[in-house]
Design a protein around this ligand. Structure first.
Ligand code: ADP
Ligand code: MG
Length: 254
């Protein structure tokens, strides 16, 4: 077994005295697509946000290529990192949200080229040519000069995916990337995600799209009540769920 790209150990997260994640252990291997499914409120978004420390875990740890996220060794003890050090680690994980979150005052090209230029100091000419390649890859080669409000929801989400890829992340986290889309626009976003999977992009995808999970994912995780109830090969889990809670959930969504 190879070392996992991402490893989560005994992760817990509480808001006040409400425990939302109650001890999550998981591994993500390079090149794999991991889908996370489960009822609303089960902690999926919180887990995703803890992976890149948009939320700070209450306890437990996340390791990217063996390095703890947000923490560093000083002698024999782990200390919290500075904000700048954490920002560097976060860049290794791209994130795509349900609501796209593009910069409204920037064109598609600028949305994609901004971070490489500002954060990584990539020269404009190179940042823009790489951004154009990414926009072409997500089918927006002819929309580079458009502002978000001039794009459909599906186009905005594809632009957000291109933006997440622009920093050349080790993996990309997707939080219900198609849930805010009109049904006829879902397919174009899933198709871009399928292409990325085929190219070997490591992805963790919270989704309700069970056919995407079945056809594309290497690993399926079913969460409920802040714990992983069941996980495994997507076809297996979907066809033969072992746990009653998984069966109940699947009977509602399939
Ligand atoms: P899911 O994405 O599976 O729907 P979430 O991770 O968004 O679930 O939420 C899990 C629980 O955590 C919910 O009860 C939600 O109300 C609570 N929660 C999420 N974020 C916060 C927050 N910032 N403050 C307080 N409670 C939160
Ligand atoms: Mg959520």
């Amino acid at each position: 077994m190879t070392t996992p790209l991402l490893k989560v150990e005994r992760l817990r997260k509480s808001f006040g005295n409400h425990e939302v994640l109650s001890g999550i252990d998981m591994e993500v291997h390079r090149g794999d697509v991991t889908c996370i499914v489960g009822p609303s409120g089960s902690g999926k978004s919180t887990l995703l946000r803890c992976l890149n420390h948009l939320e700070k875990p209450s306890s437990g740890a996340v390791f990217l290529k063996g390095e703890p996220i947000g923490l560093k060794w000083r002698g024999e003890r782990l200390f919290e990192m500075s904000f700048n050090e954490l920002a560097k680690q976060r860049q290794k994980m791209g994130m795509v949200f349900q609501g796209f979150h593009l910069f409204p005052h920037l064109t598609a090209l600028q949305n994609v080229s901004e971070a490489p230029m500002i954060v990584s100091g990539v020269p404009r000419a190179r940042a823009e040519s790489e951004a154009m390649e990414l926009l072409a890859k997500v089918g927006l080669g002819d929309r580079a000069g458009h502002y978000p409000h001039q794009l459909s929801g599906g186009q905005q989400q594809r632009c957000a995916i291109a933006r997440a890829l622009a920093m050349k992340p080790e993996l990309v986290l997707f939080d219900e990337p198609t849930s805010a889309l009109d049904p006829e626009l879902i397919g174009e976003v899933l198709s871009v995600m399928r292409d990325l999977a085929r190219e070997g992009t490591t992805m963790v995808v919270v989704t309700h799209e069970m056919s995407f999970a079945r056809d594309v994912a290497e690993h399926l995780i079913f969460m409920d009540g802040g714990v992983i109830v069941e996980e495994g090969n997507p076809r297996e889990v979907l066809a033969h769920p072992r746990e009653e809670r998984t069966r109940a959930f699947l009977s509602r969504v399939l």
